[in-house]
Every structure is written in structure tokens, then in C-alpha cells.
Ligand binder design. Structure first.
Ligand code: ADP
Length: 491
């Protein structure tokens, strides 16, 4: 079987790099799309505004030609035509120039155009201005406007045609009566029109053409551009948000996986350690127990012959108590290292507590200590091994009695919480020793002269073996609080 050698750290780093890569890719694509979109909006706008500018020029030419033909043309009409045209959307200003470059008619659409720009050619960059002066076609995208300049030739067809001029553009033959006047050209008869045409140089094939300068606003382009950029920024923000969220979730799961792995590693190390310790404890117990009990019997025998209160009697008593302590260490060690499979049955934690307390009736350390037991009725049964629960409670109780030192009160209560039943034991002793409360559960941790440091280690090991937990904390009013939690039998 192939093993996956990648550690969770390297896998998390790889995923982070991948995430950053995907994020950069998305942002890159977004930036390129935005630039393209802005460019194509600009291109579209330019071509739409150019077409509109050209249309304005063609319309002005057409209307001028028609006016001349029908003897309805005049500078005032041209000016009002320009003003009328300026009502079209996007138009900022419009100027019509004659072949000599004189402005025939001009107007401004936007009320906020500055005075400089109000002049027909105001505010144009020198390059554009030079082209206008040379009557060359101009299409220029400036910051706020598109400038469209085109030659203005209302009579282009007449000028270029090799055939004779149409009758309405021809001077009357000498002696011939002028053709009848048409239209509403008040006071502007045929002579007047001819005069106009000649004056403007529109009939002179060699004269330069007139010129129309149309300036169109790019405000709607700027609005569209701002919308595109705004949308892209919003999208980028959302992508960032999603990436941050994904990174957060990833980080959270990676941390959880890592701590789970650490816990498992610790458990494996501990069980390896325990197995070794168990083998050692087993052989030590085997070698030591029998000589110890023989030693105890011998010392007791020697002590019996001694004078009561004599030095010999005191030595014998001390020796017996030390042998007992050794015996206890060996038993605790065996207890701690033994892998006892729990016999799980539904049981009432309150009843188990009462039974354990009954065992303390003759315990000298319990004398003078008030046991305040609160067992609310109706708590659901837990699934546990009654013998092991009794051992846990007993270990906790002996510690609490020792901490209380023959006085004060020990509070014991059961309560249901989050699918579990808890047993809280609060004493009025000095509280937990300084440092991390977790260290109390390490085997051989003890602050007592004659302690083995195995009582809490055994209790926690048993509690966890039952699917429960044992924890320690300082009480709000001093003293230590130990909490045992066990799973419900009907979880
Ligand atoms: P031992 O009692 O042999 O020292 P334990 O594992 O039972 O071993 O306890 C470990 C240590 O935890 C004790 O030495 C003591 O410092 C601390 N401890 C246990 N119970 C209490 C308690 N009720 N109040 C304060 N400290 C406690």
C-alpha cells in the first residue's frame, strides 16, 4: 500500500498557494476584461459620436442647399438652424465657417461650457486647431469631448459638376427676365441668393470649402466607463471576500485537523508509554509485592515486643506506614497502566455518588467536613461502568478532603448539560497549584510530600475510557472545582 507522506502543514501550504494563484488569475482576468470593456466602450462611443457629428454636417449641408434652391437661405436662418441642431443629445457646440474661415453661425448647447470654449474654436489643442484651419477632416477623442470637423460644401455637387450650373444657381442672362421667385425668402430674391453663393465662394470651383466643427460631449461615455470600473471593483471585492472566506474556512479546518492529529499522536505516544510502563510496573510489582508484605509482617512482629511510646515502637510504626505507601504506589501504578475495558451499563450518577459517599463514613479525613450534596431529580441515566465511576469519584473526593484539611464544606451536585450529565465537586481548599491545570492530570505530578501523583491521572484515563471528560478549575470563591462529564445512555 502506498503511503501519503505529505504532512498537513505542507498540504495546507500547497492549498494556500493554489488559492492565491486562483485569486490572482481571477483578478488578472477581471483586470483584462475591464480594460477591454473600457476600450470597446470608448471605441463604440467614438464611432457613434463621429457618425452623429458627420450626420450633423450632412444635414446642415442638405438644409443649406435646399434653402438656397428655394431662396430661403440667410445668415439668420443658418444661426437658427445651428441652434435647432444643438438640441440633439451629446452636442456641446457647433460652428459653421465660410471658405475664408469666418464663423457664419455658432452655438453652445451646454450652459456650463466655459467662456473660452464658447468661442467656436476655443479650448482646442494646437494640433486639432491646425487641422481645422487647413480645412482637413478631424476626428479627435479629447478628455471631455469628441471633436468632429468636416469640410462644409453645401453645393459640392454643383461645384464639381462639369455640366452647366442648375438654373437656380445661374446668373440671369443679360436681357432675360429673371425666373419667377419661389418660396418665402422675404426680401431675399434670386439675386440675393446668388450674392450669398458667390460671397461664400460656394460656386467658385477653386475656392476652399467651408468648415463645420461639431463638438460632442463624452459624458455618457464617462458614465458608462465609471459603471464598468465600478462593477469590476465590486466584482473584485466579492472575489476577495469569497477568497478570504474560503481561506478562513480552510484555515479553520486545517487547524482542526492539525489539533486532532496532535491529539491522536499524543494518545498514541501515551499508550506506547503506558504499555512500557505497564510492563515495568508488572515486573516491579511481581518482584516487590511479596517481599514487601513479608517485610511488613516482620516489622509489625518486632514492633509488638517494643515498649509503647518507645523509640523502637515509633520506628516500627513509621516502617509499616512507609511499606504501606510503597504498596500503594505499586497498586496505583498497576491501576494506571492496566488497560481495563469498561462494562458499560445505564446508571444513575446521583445514586453512584451516594453509594461512594457511604464508603467514606469511617474515613478520618471526612470528619469535620460538611458534604453538601445536591442531586436534582429526573436527570437521565448515563452510560458508564459503575466500578470505574466509583473509583473516579473516590479519587476526587480523597483529594478534596485532603485540600479541606478536616474543615469547611465540599459541594457536590449533578446537572444535565448538552446531552451529558455533569458531576461538579467544589472544595474550600487552597485551590489549584499555580500553572496550567492540565498538568495535574500528568502521571506522577504531585505537590504532596507523600503523594503518588497518579490519582487524577487514573481518574481522567477512566473518564475518557467511558467517553467522558474530567477537568479542573479554580472556583469563583476560592477552592478547586473538578467536573466529571459522562455521556447519556440514550444519546
Ligand atoms: P496526589 O494526590 O498523589 O498528589 P493526584 O493525581 O491525585 O496525586 O493529584 C495531583 C495534584 O493535583 C496534587 O498533588 C495537588 O497538587 C493537585 N490537586 C488534586 N486535587 C486537588 C484539590 N482538590 N485542590 C487543590 N489541588 C488539588
Amino acid at each position: 500500500m502506498k503511503k501519503d507522506h505529505k504532512s498537513p502543514e505542507s498540504r495546507t501550504a500547497l492549498t494556500s498557494v493554489l488559492l492565491v494563484g486562483v485569486l490572482l488569475l481571477i483578478l488578472g482576468v477581471l483586470a483584462v476584461t475591464t480594460v477591454r470593456s473600457v476600450q470597446s466602450t470608448r471605441q463604440l462611443m467614438l464611432s457613434a459620436l463621429t457618425t452623429q457629428g458627420e450626420l450633423v454636417v450632412r444635414t446642415l449641408e442638405g438644409v443649406t442647399r435646399a434653402g438656397l434652391r428655394h431662396q430661403l437661405w440667410g445668415l439668420l436662418r443658418m444661426q437658427s438652424l445651428v441652434e435647432e441642431t444643438l438640441r440633439q443629445p451629446h452636442l456641446r457646440s457647433l460652428a459653421v465657417m465660410d471658405p475664408k474661415g469666418e464663423v457664419l453661425a455658432a452655438g453652445v448647447a451646454e450652459p456650463n461650457v466655459s467662456e473660452v470654449e464658447k468661442a467656436a474654436l476655443g479650448g482646442l489643442p494646437p494640433g486639432v486647431l491646425a487641422q481645422v484651419q487647413r480645412r482637413l477632416p478631424v476626428t479627435e477623442f479629447l478628455e471631455k469631448e469628441v471633436v468632429v470637423g468636416r469640410p462644409f460644401e453645401p453645393l459640392a455637387a454643383v461645384r464639381r459638376d462639369t455640366r452647366p450650373l442648375p438654373s437656380w444657381a445661374r446668373p440671369p442672362e443679360p436681357g432675360q427676365p429673371p425666373p419667377p421667385e419661389r418660396g418665402m425668402g422675404r426680401g431675399m430674391g434670386r439675386d440675393m441668393e446668388r450674392h450669398h453663393m458667390e460671397m461664400m465662394g460656394w460656386l467658385d470651383k477653386d475656392a476652399p470649402p467651408g468648415y463645420v466643427l461639431v463638438r460632442l460631449s463624452t459624458a455618457s461615455f464617462r458614465k458608462a466607463q465609471a459603471r464598468v470600473i465600478g462593477n469590476s471593483l465590486l466584482l473584485a471585492f466579492l472575489v476577495f471576500l469569497a477568497a478570504a472566506l474560503a481561506a478562513g474556512v480552510m484555515f479553520f479546518y486545517a487547524r482542526r485537523r492539525q489539533s486532532e492529529l496532535l491529539r491522536l499522536r499524543r494518545e498514541v505516544d501515551q499508550s506506547r508509554h503506558l504499555a512500557a510502563l505497564g510492563r515495568l510496573a508488572g515486573s516491579v510489582a511481581h518482584e516487590v509485592r511479596n517481599p514487601l508484605s513479608a517485610l511488613r509482617g516482620l516489622v509489625q512482629y518486632l514492633g509488638k515486643g517494643a515498649q509503647p511510646g518507645s523509640r523502637q515502637e515509633e520506628c516500627a510504626r513509621t516502617a509499616v506506614s512507609e511499606v504501606d505507601r510503597l504498596e500503594r504506589v505499586v497498586s496505583d501504578l498497576l491501576d494506571y497502566t492496566r488497560n481495563r475495558e469498561p462494562r458499560l451499563v445505564p446508571m444513575d450518577l446521583g445514586e453512584s455518588l451516594k453509594a461512594t459517599l457511604a464508603l467514606l463514613a469511617d474515613e478520618p479525613r471526612a470528619q469535620g467536613v460538611e458534604l453538601d450534596v445536591q442531586l436534582p431529580p429526573g436527570l437521565p441515566p448515563v452510560l458508564a461502568d459503575p466500578d470505574q465511576v466509583r473509583q473516579i469519584v473516590m479519587n476526587l473526593l480523597l483529594n478534596a478532603l485532603e485540600a479541606n484539611n478536616g474543615q469547611g464544606r465540599i459541594g457536590l451536585r449533578t446537572l444535565g448539560q448538552g446531552g451529558r450529565v455533569l458531576l461538579e465537586m467544589a472544595d474550600q481548599g487552597p485551590g489549584l497549584p499555580p500553572g496550567d491545570p492540565e498538568q495535574l492530570f500528568d502521571p506522577f505530578f504531585s505537590t504532596k510530600d507523600r503523594g503518588t501523583g497518579l490519582g487524577l491521572a487514573i481518574a481522567r484515563r477512566l473518564a475518557r475510557g467511558l467517553g467522558g471528560e474530567l477537568s479542573a478549575a479554580n472556583g469563583p470563591a476560592g477552592g478547586a472545582v473538578f467536573t466529571l462529564s459522562l455521556p447519556l445512555s440514550e444519546a
